[in-house]
Design a protein around this ligand. Structure first.
Ligand SMILES: Cc1ncc(COP(=O)(O)O)c(C=O)c1O
Length: 355
């Protein structure tokens, strides 16, 4: 039976000791509060700030869940274009006025936002509050802009844990209010991760419907409630337990294998040809111009599950952002995470070569 590649993580090693510390790879961003999700952390951030204008300028290439907390808090949301190489379009950013909050991010582990310095300096002069979403660059040692006021992110995209989001600031001491845990969400995620762990060990196909249903119900709970909750105890233990050096080196190795092996596949255009020195990739994203959905389906038939980041949010659909829509319509994320090794990457390459 062939090994599945991609899709949700699972729980395998449960730490024996309890931890209550913020791990080093997060505390470097300053004072930190851990929440149960990235969107909850953004809601928490919105409780900390009083911007000059109740408006936010967000990248047009973004997950719906990042937009939701701003809408919920009554912010007007505007979107700037993202270029085909995933860098922010400076002209598009400059075309907006009266912005209260500005959010930027690097994609897939790379500092695609490194062209922002002069824009951020201008924003600073206008007292715009600057937020970097570091979900995708969490394990990359890239230089961060001094102009950033806050960092936010979601942790559960990187390894198997029930929940995890954070807000950090090196400029301010964050206001702390008592947060409840989101028990319904955490319990469902723990059950789903455990059932998937059992499935991976036993290959019992009967478990598949169960954990897929549990994962999907947990996501719906989050979509319906973006309020801030405290991180659960198991996730706290797991984020302290993870070997981040191993995570980085395995991902880099897998990325390099894909990058080398896929050079001769003419229907794929990689977004990143070089793995820069300090980058830790989230995925190996490629552009497939004509038949992306077909390729995704054929890969799934071979048990290789490649997500599409992201479905186009309703907030973005009707705005004049055609250039950014090209990314949504053609991107495919190939897994290169620490669960896998060279043999798995070589299987992906050989399947893609035969399609
Ligand atoms: C860049 C980015 N930030 C934040 C979030 C929200 O994270 P969560 O799903 O933990 O709420 C996501 C979700 O996909 C994301 O892609």
């Amino acid at each position: 039976m062939i090994r599945e590649i991609g899709s949700e993580f699972w729980l395998d090693n449960i730490p024996k000791e309890s931890q209550n510390e913020v791990p080093n790879w997060l505390s470097i961003y300053g004072d930190t509060i851990l929440a149960s999700s990235g969107r909850g952390a953004i809601s928490l951030l919105l409780q900390q700030v009083t911007p000059r204008y109740k408006s936010v300028l967000l990248p047009a290439y973004i997950c719906d869940s990042v937009i939701l907390p701003f809408i919920e808090q009554g912010y007007s949301c505007y979107f700037y274009k993202i270029n085909n190489d995933l860098s922010p379009n400076i002209e598009s950013i400059k075309s907006y006025e009266n912005i209260g909050l500005f959010l930027h991010m690097g994609y897939y582990g790379f500092s695609t936002n490194s062209n922002l310095l002069s824009v951020l300096q201008d924003f600073k002069e206008q007292s715009v509050i600057i937020i970097e979403d570091i979900t995708h660059t969490l394990f990359s040692s890239v230089n961060r802009f001094e102009e950033n006021d806050f960092y936010v992110g979601s942790i559960r995209k990187w390894f198997g844990l029930p929940g995890g989001g954070f807000i950090s600031s090196s400029k301010r001491i964050l206001k702390r209010t008592a947060l409840y845990t989101n028990d319904g969400f955490s319990k469902l995620r723990i059950a789903a991760l455990a059932a998937k762990g059992k499935y991976v060990k036993t290959r019992d196909e009967n478990l598949k419907d169960l954990f897929l249903n549990q994962f999907s119900r947990a996501e719906s709970l989050l979509d319906r409630d973006v309020a801030p909750y405290c991180i659960d105890g198991l996730s706290m233990d797991l984020i302290n337990f993870i070997d981040s050096d191993e995570l980085v080196s395995k991902r880099r190795m897998n990325f390099k294998t894909l990058s080398e092996g896929l050079k001769s596949v003419s229907y794929l255009d990689p977004f990143f040809n070089d793995l820069t020195k300090n980058a830790c990739p989230l995925f190996y994203p490629v552009m497939i111009k004509n038949n992306r959905d077909d390729i995704k389906k054929k890969l799934a038939e071979e048990k290789i599950y490649c997500p599409v980041h992201w479905p186009v949010s309703d907030q973005i659909k009707d705005r004049h952002l055609e250039s950014t829509l090209g990314i949504y319509n053609s991107i495919l994320s190939i897994p290169c995470d620490q669960r896998y090794g060279i043999i798995d990457m070589e299987r992906i390459i050989s399947v893609l070569k035969c399609l």
